[in-house]
Design a protein around this ligand. Structure first.
Ligand code: PEP
Ligand code: MG
Length: 840
């Protein structure tokens, strides 16, 4: 096979590909194919540029022969992905004494000298690599400045400035090729996702000067607003200027629209303006993308130098994709593919404006997305007081417990020193949609003194204003400008298309009626996990819950449970009402008891008052219930087996609510889920009692109902023994928070302290509580799924750990044949999109 030509004139049929010549060369060819007025361009392939860097120069005279003899040239980079960057463009190659004289007649002495001067400057700095200080500060100079700069060049290099265009071009190509191969450039692009061997193409293009007698200048134009994505002609144009770089001189730029600073392009060159608009429209239709057009006007004619994908916010990305599909330019499924699912988070929550200044004072794990500004408070009570005064506040705690939940409700954001992706603060924060950073251990939390010490030593006191960016984990001083959430019509349309494409169910983890309503608003197809203990975080109920935990006798416990029953029944009836016949999966109590015990003396005093018992009794009971490792202690089904009255009460509440809710509409079929199972016998015992409660309720009310019993696979043993568990259960739901904790032997509440260190050192590729560990925990999921199906062919499989809201992790679940994923309500839209992208 003959070698591909190293330098190719771009024509309609030249063999130009993004993978061998880069995106810019390919785009220019597309523009040529559309018959747009593109200046003559020669594309150098990745191989050619690689050889140039290695010292092997292609035939420069052959390249020059493609252009008119007196043309000035420019060279621009063309990497495979424009985001990977590349060396800056060099303009006006070919300028020398002779051409400068020649151009004096056409452009005038000042302008011709200005062109030459700019070339000498950029050549000196970027090609000859001379000290930029000696060349950069000469601006807009005429002949005098040019002379001085040429002398400076000669003084620095001991050589006159090269006059031969071929020599100039060769030097430019060599310097750009070598710049690409430099270590820092390589590291920079690798950080943006470029492979180690990413190639660089170069395009050599005839310069259209943008200077001259008629209307001349350069500009950029796009048809939409980059921030909103709405149709809006935007751009900049500067008469008598060259290239995108010159447009930075803001004050002199004439906007395309009428502007107080001078006539618009439309007034200066109406025909060119009309052409430009129609070219931009053509590019949108035929390149099937919203493009920014880089253009030059020369003597009233438009030339198109380049087209680049319009830079866009997440909101604009959605609107642009939807509009392209609505205009019939791309099919809806392609619009679905074009939006990054993670980016939807930005539309669901307020964000720090991407261009805002950030005064970072600390960082932690980005546990719940969105940003909020408020005054620092250090206790839940202060948070509530602040909210009552109408003052937004940030709740700062070392870690949170159920006692803090009301404060978390009242706060606009939460910051904790400890914890990881699945710790209490993180789970509750996500559920509430409150921005949250956990594990910010690089700051000092002097909560007693009500002070927060920044990484750089600055001290922030209660009342100081701070911003939490829960999307990237940064704590910021002050109040940066924000970008509002934007779930507009385009957002809804995109998600409707996504729903048509996806083949996996999506439910929400919702514990309260408010969560359930959010889940419905985001079109979750049911509740996949209702953590019933979270229904008891409300202070009034917390005390009853504690009474139950504190009850020492069966009769004492029965009395408290009788008080809890109607509360739970109302909770469930409300959930069933909101979900209107969609499945609701209720998990029986799973509290690690320590979460509900008052740890502080004041908390214990309060409880003693509420229970009417001496503080010493409370303290004694707290001590009795103390566990060395509560996450592996008396929780979940272990509580159900050893204190069965609790599950009995919950089952009764569920069944009674089922009957009541079924009165108003279609019969409700509740799902009941047993947590933390590790042995088949646990399921047998609990199932027998729940069946008995179902029969009792049915007999008492004289009505029949159905229910589905399921098991959470949260211990490695449950996954391994899934085959013998499955026949007793209608579904298996993988609780990957605990499963990850137990597979790694890694405390989900403590791992935050060293997680970033571990990730930085490459021990873990990512936080496994955030992104499913496909190799290890994933293995357990696959085994569990496969064994579960062997035990019962029609078993329903799902995931309800936090991983259910992570696009990468759900890809794994889909592959493993899971029926649905369940995630925090605010993640539902992200997952709807991600699931569709997997199916397309
Ligand atoms: C889990 O362990 O994955 C789970 C969903 O339960 P929780 O987070 O409440 O322990
Ligand atoms: Mg769990």
């Amino acid at each position: 096979m003959p070698d591909a030509p190293l330098a190719t004139l771009i024509t309609q049929t030249a063999p130009i590909a993004t993978s061998s010549h880069g995106g810019r060369a390919k785009c220019l060819q597309r523009l040529v194919r559309l018959d747009l007025p593109v200046p003559r361009t020669v594309a150098l392939s990745f191989d050619a540029v690689h050889e140039i860097a290695a010292g092997d120069m292609p035939d420069i005279s052959a390249i020059l022969s493609e252009f008119p003899t007196d043309a000035l040239l420019c060279v621009r980079p063309s990497s495979e992905d424009p985001d990977w960057g590349g060396p800056g463009a060099i303009l006006n190659i070919g300028m020398n004494e002779d051409r400068c004289k020649g151009l004096c007649n056409r452009l005038g002495e000042e302008a011709a000298a200005g062109l030459y001067l700019r070339f000498v400057q950029s050549y000196a700095v970027h090609v000859a690599r001379l000290d930029p200080d000696a060349f950069d500060d000469v601006e807009d100079g005429g002949p005098d400045a040019l002379r001085e700069t040429l002398m400076a060049y000669e003084a620095e290099t001991d050589e006159p400035f090269p006059q031969d265009p071929a020599e100039q071009l060769a030097a430019v190509l060599r310097s750009m090729a070598r710049a690409w191969e430099g270590t820092s450039a390589r590291l920079l692009r690798q950080a943006k996702g470029a492979p180690a061997d990413a190639g660089l193409g170069l395009v050599v293009q005839e310069m259209i000067p943008g200077l001259g007698q008629g209307e001349c200048g350069s500009g950029v134009l796009q048809l939409v607003d980059s921030r909103t994505g709405k149709p809006q002609l935007t751009g900049r144009y500067l008469s008598q200027s060259q290239g995108r770089e010159a447009l930075g001189a803001g004050a002199r730029a004439l906007f395309l629209e009428k502007d107080a600073r001078g006539p618009s392009l439309e007034e200066l060159a109406p025909t060119a303006f009309a052409d430009l608009k129609s070219y931009a429209g053509l590019m949108r239709r035929r390149l099937r993308e919203e493009m920014q057009v880089e253009f030059v006007i020369q003597d009233d004619d438009v030339h198109i130098l380049d087209g680049v994908r319009v830079a866009r916010s997440a909101q604009a990305a959605v609107r642009i994709a939807v509009a392209l599909a609505q205009d019939g330019i791309i099919p809806p499924h392609e619009a679905v593919m074009r939006v990054d699912a993670h980016a939807l988070n930005e539309l669901l929550h307020r964000q720090v404006l991407p261009t805002a200044e950030r005064d970072v004072i600390g960082a932690g794990i980005a546990a719940s997305p969105g940003a909020a500004t408020g005054r620092l408070v250090f206790t839940a009570a202060e948070a509530q007081a602040s909210a009552a005064r109408g003052e937004p506040c940030i709740l700062v705690r070392r870690e949170t417990s159920p006692e803090d939940v009301r404060g978390m409700h009242a706060a606009v954001a939460v910051l904790t020193e400890r914890g990881g992706m699945t710790s209490h603060a993180a789970v509750i924060g996500r559920g509430l949609g409150v921005p949250c950073i956990v594990g910010a251990s690089n700051m000092k939390f002097l909560t007693k003194q009500k002070q927060l010490v920044a990484t750089d030593g600055r001290v922030f006191k209660a009342g100081d204003t701070v911003t939490i960016d829960g999307s990237n984990g940064q704590v910021l001083a002050g109040e940066p400008e924000m970008l509002e959430a934007a779930q507009d019509d385009a957002f809804q349309t995109l998600l409707t298309w996504a729903d048509e494409a996806r083949d996996m169910g999506i439910r929400a983890n919702a514990d309260t009626p408010a969560d359930a309503q959010t889940a419905r608003n985001f079109k979750a197809e049911g509740i996949g996990l209702c953590r019933t203990e979270h229904m008891f975080f409300d202070p009034g109920r917390l005390t009853v819950m504690r009474e139950m935990i504190f009850a020492e006798t069966s009769s004492g416990r029965a009395a408290v449970l009788a008080r809890l029953l109607p509360m739970q029944r109302d909770d469930f009836r409300e959930l069933f009402r909101i979900m209107e016949g969609l499945p609701v999966c209720i998990r029986l109590f799973d509290p690690p008891l320590h979460e509900f015990l008052p740890t502080s003396l004041s908390g214990q005093r309060e409880l003693s008052e509420a229970l009417g018992i001496p503080v010493s009794d409370v303290t004694r009971r707290v001590e009795e219930l103390h566990e060395y490792n509560p996450m592996l202690g008396l929780r979940g089904v272990r509580l159900g087996v050893t204190v069965p009255e609790i599950y009995d009460m919950q089952a009764r509440a569920i069944f009674e609510a089922t009957l009541e809710a079924s009165k108003d509409g279609a019969p409700v079929v509740p799902e009941i889920m047993i947590p933390l199972v590790s042995a088949k016998r646990e399921v047998e015992l609990v199932k027998a009692r729940i069946d008995a409660v179902a029969s009792a309720v049915s007999a008492e009310r004289g009505q029949k109902f159905d229910y589905r019993l399921g098991v959470m696979v949260e211990t490695p043993r449950a996954a391994l023994r899934a085959e013998e568990i499955a026949p007793h259960t209608a579904f298996l739901s993988f609780g990957t928070n605990d499963l990850t904790q137990m597979a790694y032997g890694l405390s989900r509440d403590d791992a935050g302290r060293f997680m970033s260190n571990y990730v930085q050192q490459g021990v873990f590729p990512e936080d496994p509580f955030h992104v499913l560990d496909v190799d290890g925990v994933g293995e357990l999921l696959k085994l569990g799924a496969q064994r579960g199906r062997t035990g019962r062919a029609d078993i329903t499989l799902s995931i309800c750990g936090e991983h259910g809201g992570n696009p990468e992790s759900i890809a794994f679940c889909r592959e493993a044949g899971f029926d649905y994923v369940s995630c925090s309500p605010f993640r539902v839209p992200v997952v709807r999109l991600a699931a569709a992208q997997l199916a397309i």
